[in-house]
Design a protein around this ligand. Structure first.
Ligand code: NDP
Ligand code: MG
Length: 394
């Protein structure tokens, strides 16, 4: 039985994790749940799962939730702020942290969870993009498991089972191509937030949906795979596969290519992570090779001249150090401004490129520690904020 602390339980991955836990109450206990501010959803989840502890980043909302739980006669303890997330990730009563917070905010609690000897089931890719060089050695030092949830990384992980790491030659990471696949730069200038939020195959939170539209998501995933599987970014190829049936492939040194397949659903990769090293029961729709569309699985290259953030991810991933943290922070700032309707679609890319360029002399020879990563994240957001303000006033 896994004893879970689910960080970001009110989000898309958090809810689907609870779906897995709900189906198998004898395999999981839900000991802790957290959110940013959505206490209505959190309240319903607490009512159903009765965790010992919960945490809310927004302190006013935490107080509100505490009162609501008290009047409902529910004894779940309420913690607040970032400290609350760290406490929840290190509780004695848990053995597994599900990292389903969106963005860099997920790094600190995951870091403390590892220090506390917990297994990490990780959806929150930004944690590895910004902090992979610290997180992965710590995973090995503490002897805990890193259980990938991101569907491509789950696919790669499953393909690698039973293979020797030195036999891995290349990773072929698949991408749906997002809602703007095949568009030109001119067309991208005028896309709306609504268009960008309309993903063809996956239903996800707002930030990752925009990252899929800019293809930054694939860039982040290249760096995520580099850290998880110890392979150079230059050995990871992006394969655009609009049907999202093959979730990724590996090529071994003898040329053999292994793939993992399934209908696009995050429930399965969550299940694969949480049942590791076993296999759980089948709770997703059965895979039908004769279903509509299945006879037409297609593959095409990613146009990195149109989706330039993919190219930048290869560059920052190869440079390593603090470069990916800068790219990630600038991207988060720009995506939030885009979602708020303040900047245009291609301004996301422009903001990220300019921030990386501006911070280059500062980070070029900087040391890499958890503190320098956190400081760099803050600094990059300031630079990105200035660029964004300039764009708003243009
Ligand atoms: P959502 O936006 O749906 O959910 C994010 C969760 O994090 C919510 O519970 C939210 O709380 C909480 N949260 C937001 N900001 C903070 C903060 N500053 N501190 C603490 N908690 C916070 O995101 P997704 O579930 O889509 O994505 C989560 C992560 O998983 C991302 O890193 C994403 O890239 C990754 N991922 C997601 C996939 C998907 O299918 N959705 C697929 C693969 C990876 P509240 O609800 O109160 O705002
Ligand atoms: Mg993915």
């Amino acid at each position: 039985m896994r004893k879970l602390s689910i960080l970001g339980s009110t989000g898309s991955i958090g809810k689907q994790t609870l779906e897995v836990a709900r189906k198998a109450p004898s395999d999981f206990t839900v000991e802790a749940l957290t959110c940013g501010s959505d206490i209505d959803t959190l309240f319903d989840q607490i009512k159903e799962f009765r965790p010992k502890v919960c945490s809310v980043v927004n302190e006013e909302k935490a107080v509100e939730l505490e009162a609501k739980l008290k009047s409902a006669g529910i004894a779940t303890e309420v913690l607040k702020g970032n400290e609350g997330n760290i406490t929840v990730a290190t509780l004695d009563c848990i053995d597994t942290v599900v990292g389903a917070i969106v963005g860099f905010a997920g790094l600190e609690p995951v870091y403390h969870g590892i220090l506390g000897g917990k297994d990490i089931a990780l959806a929150n890719k930004e944690t590895l993009v910004a902090g992979g060089d610290i997180i992965m050695p710590l995973i090995r030092e503490k002897g805990v498991n890193m259980l990938p949830i991101d569907s491509e990384h789950s696919a790669i992980w499953q393909c690698l089972k039973g293979e020797k790491r030195e036999d891995l030659d290349r990773i072929l990471i698949t991408a749906s191509g997002g809602p703007f696949r095949g568009m030109s730069r001119e067309q991208l200038e005028n896309v709306t937030v609504e268009d960008a939020l309309h993903h063809p195959t996956w239903n996800m939170g707002g930030k990752i949906t925009i990252d899929s539209a800019t293809m930054m998501n694939k860039g982040l995933e290249i760096i995520e795979a580099h850290h998880l599987y110890g392979i150079a970014c230059s050995k990871i190829d992006v394969v655009v596969h609009p049907q999202s049936i093959i979730h990724s492939m590996i090529r071994l040194k003898d040329g053999s290519v292994l793939a993992q397949m399934g209908r696009p659903s995050m429930v399965l990769p969550i299940e694969v992570a949480l049942y590791y090293p076993d296999r759980g029961p089948s709770i997703v729709t059965e895979f039908d090779p004769f279903a509509e569309g299945m006879s037409n699985l297609t593959f095409e290259p990613c146009d990195t001249e149109v989706f330039r953030l993919v190219k930048l991810a290869y560059e920052t991933g190869d440079k390593g150090g603090l470069y990916p943290a800068v790219m990630n922070a600038a991207n988060e700032s720009a995506v939030m401004s885009y979602l708020a309707g303040k900047i245009r679609f291609l301004d996301i890319e422009r903001t990220v490129f300019e921030t990386v360029e501006k911070m280059d002399p500062i980070i070029r020879n900087a040391s890499l520690t958890i503190e320098t990563i956190e400081q760099t994240d803050r600094d990059a957001r300031v630079y990105a904020g200035e660029i964004i303000n300039r764009k708003i006033n243009e």
